[in-house]
Design a protein around this ligand. Sequence first.
Ligand SMILES: *Cc1c(COP(=O)(O)O)cnc(C)c1O
Length: 223
Amino acid sequence: MKHTLLQRFQKVVERIEALPTPKKPVLLAVSKKHSADSVRSLFEAGQRCFGESYAQEAVEKMSQLSDLDVVWHFIGPIQSNKTKIIASHFDWVQSVDRLKILQRLDRQRPADSQPIQLLLQLKVGNEDSKSGASVEDILIMYEAAKCLSHVEVRGLMCIPPPSQDFHQQCRYFDEAFQLFQKINKTDAKFDVLSMGMSADMEAAAASGSTMVRIGTDIFGARV
Ligand SMILES: *Cc1c(COP(=O)(O)O)cnc(C)c1O
């Protein structure tokens, strides 16, 4: 079993290395619904950044892995009553889609911690997309965060509607790339564009992704 996990992981690492882009995206290993032991095996194999979608599940995993220097990213939908636990346990939050959530994360970040690193989740693909904020709301959150001292907005994340077609995938990702580039030109710290999952990593990389979030192709199917 462990052998299989490491082989899958190695294949994903090789897929990233083989991408025809000059700068390879960072790999976020999405460990939701998978065990702390699996995370530990991948950490031993060199992986540092892990993504989780459920706050309670993640915190239990973290307590079993407190001896490791994992960088934890929260990537799931955020309910207001979960912001406190997220603000106190995670290094990054990629799924910020409302001003209220941004403000709560700022307020609830423990004072002795580094500012929490945030990505704003952009809605791409219009009505086909279930989650994310409009361009207008992204810009409002981006401006508002400049006045907050416990959060740092570092870029964008998006989850396009599923598509099998490479060119359609690229069209969705390009929506995010355009906005990312516009802000990045004037703000060098806005430097992360998180897009691409197991099924569309190649299109995301071709469209300017700096971070891919891979679950299934590393850990196998979630049960
Ligand atoms: C689950 C999840 C992933 C990983 O998806 P796979 O298709 O399993 O690679 C990536 N991003 C987000 C936001 C997720 O919720």
